[in-house]
Design a protein around this ligand. Sequence first.
Ligand SMILES: [Zn+2]
Length: 94
Amino acid sequence: MGNRDRRAQSPPRSRARGRGKPGGRRKRKVCIFCVSPRDNIIDYKNVSLLKRFLDDDARIRKASQTGTCRKHQNRLAMAIKRSREMALLPYVPD
Ligand SMILES: [Zn+2]
């Protein structure tokens, strides 16, 4: 009984800590409403904030694009819709 050849494949000790994908301009994927709720109040009157979540077609950006968590994305969508009804935000792009 020879169990000598155990060390044939030792696991790699150090993990490579490289960040994955190249290609720059990607925001950190955190929900800004979770990170700093005081600075980012979801409200239909807060147009300057809501506008940041609209794309060029005046559509609400997806949570996957903005990093907003589901809970806040939902509130955001509600606020944007209400804001549109109040004519604070456009339905269509200018
Ligand atoms: Zn959140």
